[in-house]
Design a binder for this molecule. Structure first.
Ligand code: ATP
Length: 254
């Protein structure tokens, strides 16, 4: 579904990614972990088509990504909603661009508003919503567009711990129901293991893959999986690598 082939990326003299190779299969939920500045956002932006590789190529669904790619839908850390549109209009916006009739796009938008638990907030404007609710609108908007790939760049980082847990569980349900291909960035090993079917750790800059492990925690999954021995076993494996890479990136800065 996503093929990142020998991708390197530099911004001027700053070498951010070095010959990264990652194959993501349809229906995988891949979480990218890594020290701050190792190039995670750059990598996800390459898949979305916001950034072009210096060398190598990214292929999504058989097509090389050369521009902003409508096959992918992105959820950012800061909720990028249109403040002058209601929840319903925000969620239906992409469908409007595609020329879907008003009746149909409102039906589809309603379905996803219900899915993220925002029924009865259709007519609210973003400023009247909490951060967690706005992020749910962002997720509904991406889902309504029905992209092949959903990309999430630290979507829950700005939220309080309780809201984060609710949204994590909602995202797990959405993944279990939709079987979408998802790439998700986080700094949290717990979040990575709770959500993913596979965890990829990028090394300190220039980023490359230093660990790639399948997450075999069972589905249906909820937050209680964090109490299982297997969760702690996987966490210890990832923690060793992440700690080593964070240490390296701190030393490189001193
Ligand atoms: N458009 C740009 N122009 C110049 N430098 C950039 C640009 N985008 C990112 N960088 C630099 O590239 C490096 C990697 O950034 P990136 O945001 O991809 O890392 P990250 O792993 O997502 O970081 P964090 O976890 O802190 O969000 C950083 O040093 C950043 O300052």
């Amino acid at each position: 579904m996503i093929s990142i082939e020998n991708v390197s990326k530099s911004y001027g003299t700053l070498h951010v990614l070095d010959k990264v190779n990652i194959e993501v299969k349809k229906g995988e939920f891949v979480v990218l972990l890594g020290a701050s500045g190792c190039g995670k956002s750059t990598l996800i932006n390459l898949v979305a088509g916001f950034v072009r590789p210096s060398t190598g190529r990214v292929v999504v669904n058989g097509h090389e990504v050369r521009d902003v790619d409508p096959q992918s839908g992105m959820v950012f850390q800061q909720y990028a909603l249109f403040p002058w549109m209601t929840v319903l209009e925000n969620v239906a916006f992409g469908l409007k661009l595609k020329g879907v009739s008003k009746k149909e796009r409102h039906e589809i938008a309603q379905e996803y508003i219900d899915m993220v638990g925002l029924r009865s907030f259709e007519d609210a404007f973003p400023k009247a919503l909490s951060g967690g609710m706005r992020q749910r609108v962002s997720i509904a908007r991406v889902l309504a567009n029905n992209p092949d790939v959903i990309l999430l760049d630290e979507p829950f980082a700005a939220l309080d711990a309780m809201t984060r847990q609710v949204l994590q569980e909602q995202l797990i349900r959405i993944y279990e129901q939709s079987g979408k291909t998802i790439v998700f960035i986080t700094h949290s090993i717990d979040e990575a293991l709770l959500l993913s079917s596979r965890v990829i750790v990028l090394g300190s800059r220039p980023g490359k893959v230093v660990q790639d492990i399948p997450n075999d925690l069972p589905h249906p999954r909820n937050a209680s999986v964090q109490l299982s021995p297997r969760f702690n076993e996987l966490k210890a494996q990832i923690w060793d690598t992440v700690q080593h890479e964070v240490q390296k990136s701190l030393e490189a800065r001193t």
